[in-house]
Design a protein around this ligand. Structure first.
Ligand code: GLP
Length: 239
């Protein structure tokens, strides 16, 4: 694991954005795995600004999101579909046909999970995946206890996760379930960048750094991967 400590959230976002843009420059047909949450917002902002004024662009890039809520409309303000439109996809020249997010309203969710895995495989697999980190060590929506061999599946959200997202669901209850890429799905990405910012991530970062590998702490699966960069800011790093 390659660890980098950046001064603050801005520096972390700068670094993550340049890693993303450099990877597109190296491979214009890159297949990205993309997270939602507060952490990547600064990264996406920078990527959008940079793309507006440089030759680097998303024309031939393919993007797969890590997860989506079950049972809410795509255009609901709390959906990850809406998040991605707002923060990235509407602001760069990515072809909408090349953006994939699990369909949380599919009539048969198991079939939808299998379909998502198939789409990923047909696209040649993930090339570079960015991840946020839950304060309990979750990656995407893989909560503690998720087997490392898991593939795209439906999860029941924890009460803490539902509470954390309540602000996006004023008109209806926070979803109880989500579809998420599994840990094995994520680990097949050729390269992975984990982002963690702020004091509320300190414990999780301390635990990741300890090197303990266990299903109780999903992010620790990343130790089993040969090409992982962990970008932390000083607030998240200082345990
Ligand atoms: C949610 C998302 C994860 C994200 C995590 C941390 O549970 N499903 O993909 O990494 O929250 O979010 P934040 O970046 O807001 O701390």
């Amino acid at each position: 694991m390659n660890w980098e400590t950046l001064r603050d959230y801005d520096a972390l976002s700068d670094r993550a954005a340049s890693m993303l843009l450099d990877a597109i420059t190296a491979d214009p047909n890159l297949v990205l795995g993309l997270p939602t949450g507060q952490t990547p917002v600064g990264t996406y902002d920078r990527v959008v600004k940079e793309c507006k004024r440089s030759y680097r662009c998303f024309r031939d890039v393919v993007a797969f999101n890590l997860d989506e809520y079950v049972g809410i409309a795509r255009d609901h303000p709390g959906s990850y579909f809406t998040f991605m439109q707002q923060h990235l996809f509407s602001n760069v020249d990515i072809d909408p046909k090349n953006t994939f997010i699990p369909n949380g309203r599919a009539p048969d969710l198991k079939v939808e999970c299998e379909r998502y895995e198939r789409l990923l495989k047909n696209a040649g697999g993930l090339g570079l995946t960015f991840l946020g980190l839950g304060s309990n060590g979750h990656i995407a929506f893989n909560e503690p206890g998720t087997p490392f061999e898991s593939r795209t599946h439906v999860v029941a959200l924890t009460e803490a996760t539902r509470r954390a997202n309540a602000a996006f669901f004023l008109d209806q209850p926070v979803p109880t379930h989500a579809i998420t890429m599994g840990i094995a799905t994520i680990l097949e990405s050729r390269a992975i960048v984990l982002l963690a910012s702020g004091a509320r991530k300190q414990d999780a970062i301390g635990r990741l750094r300890s090197g303990e590998i266990s299903a109780d702490f999903p992010a620790s699966a990343l130790w089993n991967h040969a090409n992982v960069s962990v970008l932390v800011d000083e607030a998240a790093a200082s345990a």
